[in-house]
Design a binder for this molecule. Structure first.
Ligand code: CTP
Length: 480
């Protein structure tokens, strides 16, 4: 991006909303500026049309917000946070947030700021990075002027993340900013200035005072960027990873016994995460990729003659998922169970593709994966990170056979969302049983017979099979 493109700032504030803010501020005798992410993303040409807009006011942000909202439409719902001196509302797909310019100091062991009114300059001073401290004036005598006290433009040009003040000061104001630096570097494909990164290393321990809810927002943004590996390498190097996600940190390293090493599971994992192509709904698939080998350090064993093994790591790993999600304050609902399931099943397609692909093995995989079968296949393909091209090609060929088989069997047998053709109640009625072991056994026998291809997945066949199986344990249908 060249400098001349920055001169044309007015096009970023051409929407009617900005002139309404300007007029309202003028009438109230206060000054207003657009600041932060909106300005940064405009200058980067980065999808700014729908993003949040932050307005800083050298006066009451709440009063100006109310005035502007009334002018747009009397019906707009305004949310006011009195304690923080902020107010926001939604219009035309944007959230507009107003805040009074602040001079903040934070107490050393909490993020709760002690808010004091200040000037625009004070407000810019207390912001996290030079590229986030850029402001555009909405005032009559300087409308469209860019106010850039820390050379944020230069840093945007050189693609550098740097704190406006001495980094130790900026990070001690809010230690989450260490993680934000890495998130922005990864998301925007910027470098972190050496002095800023050094300070992150020195202050990493301070991340422990930050709530996991805030940490996770940043981790998710890293996972949703083009190359999450870049972010995770920085998290590793800075030691932040060791504190916030030690399970992933522990994947790093290669152990050698008798000249035999295993692959570095950290680097492998990052490659798998990067390999999952990014769509708006792939966050949880990327979490599954990040955690798919999480139990490798725990299950690692060197067996003479065989080499390194990680026996059962998929099951041990899947059992680790709820604990990690709980600690990180990630959702404990279907999204967690989805990650857990993919971790548990991540070896199944590959094992299947190495053996002869029998119908019954395919049916079992479809049954276990259900609607997540396509995601599981994506994870497995992403999991092939060998440098040996021949090996990779062979695996992918086998996978396409598995995929083809999956489609064929699903069309034929419909086991993807398997519902047994005869349920427990029917069995109880037919044989006049009480709920219990025998009912479970008969139900399970029908399911197994269908998955093994002994009988087709239909009612009549299941009925015949049930009568036969019941007879084996001395049960006869009762006449009713
Ligand atoms: N900010 C800060 N320190 C923080 C969080 C935010 O100084 N810990 C400031 C930055 O100036 C930032 C602005 O508040 O630009 C808005 O913060 P936020 O909405 O969290 O981030 P954005 O920069 O808008 O970026 P994104 O929307 O990508 O998160």
């Amino acid at each position: 991006m060249n400098k001349s493109s920055y001169l044309d700032i007015n096009r970023f504030i051409s929407d009617r909303i900005f002139s309404i803010i300007a007029d309202s501020a003028y009438e109230s005798g206060v000054e207003a500026y657009v600041i932060g992410g909106y300005v940064r993303d405009c200058l980067l040409g980065r999808d700014y049309e729908k993003r949040d807009i932050d307005i800083v006011v050298d006066g009451s942000g709440i009063e100006l917000a109310i005035k502007v909202a009334r002018r747009i439409s009397p019906g707009i719902k305004i949310t006011v946070y009195k304690n923080f001196g902020t107010a926001m509302f939604r219009t035309k797909g944007h959230i507009i947030e107003f805040v009074g310019a602040r001079k903040e100091s934070y107490s050393s062991n909490s993020r709760k700021p002690v808010v004091e009114n200040g000037t625009l300059e004070d407000d810019q001073n207390r912001r996290d990075f030079t590229i986030n401290a850029l402001a555009i004036s909405l005032n009559r005598n300087s409308y469209g002027k860019l106010i850039d006290p820390f050379n944020g433009i230069k840093d945007l040009d050189k693609r550098i993340i740097r704190t406006p003040l001495e980094p130790g000061k900026t990070f001690s104001d809010d230690p989450l900013r260490m993680l934000r630096a890495i998130r922005f570097a990864c998301q925007l494909e910027f470098d972190i200035h050496p002095a800023t990164f050094k300070s992150i290393k020195n202050n990493a321990e301070r991340i422990s005072i930050v709530s996991y809810e805030r940490i996770t927002i940043e981790l998710n943004k890293i996972l949703l960027s083009n190359k999450p590996s870049e972010g995770f390498r920085l998290l590793y190097e800075s030691s932040l990873l060791k504190i916030i996600l030690p399970e992933v940190y522990n994947l790093k390293g290669v152990e050698m016994i008798e000249k035999h090493g295993h692959k570095d599971n950290f680097e492998h994992t990052l490659q798998v995460v990067d390999n999952i192509s990014i769509k708006s709904d792939s966050l949880w698939l990327r979490w599954a990729a990040l955690l798919h080998d999480i139990a490798k350090p725990k299950t690692k064993k060197y067996i003479e003659g065989t080499g390194w093994t990680f026996h059962g790591h998929e099951y041990v790993g899947s059992r680790m998922v709820p604990g990690i999600f709980k600690r990180l304050k990630l959702p404990m609902d279907d999204r967690m169970r989805y990650v857990q399931k993919l971790v548990a099943l991540h070896l199944r397609p590959i094992i299947l593709s190495q053996e002869s692909v029998t119908d019954s093995a395919v049916r079992r995989l479809l049954f276990d994966a259900g609607d997540d079968i396509d995601d599981l296949m994506m994870l497995c393909e992403a999991d092939i990170t060998s440098k040996n091209e021949k090996k990779v090609k062979q695996h992918l060929r086998n996978f396409s056979i598995v995929r083809q088989k999956l489609t064929e069997i699903e069309e034929k047998d419909h086991v993807r969302n398997f519902q047994p053709p005869i349920d427990g109640n029917k069995i109880i009625q037919m044989f006049d049983l009480k709920p219990g072991r025998q009912v479970g056994y008969l139900k399970e026998s029908i399911k197994e017979a269908i998955l093994d291809g002994i009988i087709p997945n239909d009612h009549e066949a299941a009925m015949d099979y049930l009568i036969k199986k019941a007879a084996e344990i001395g049960l006869k249908p009762v006449d009713k």
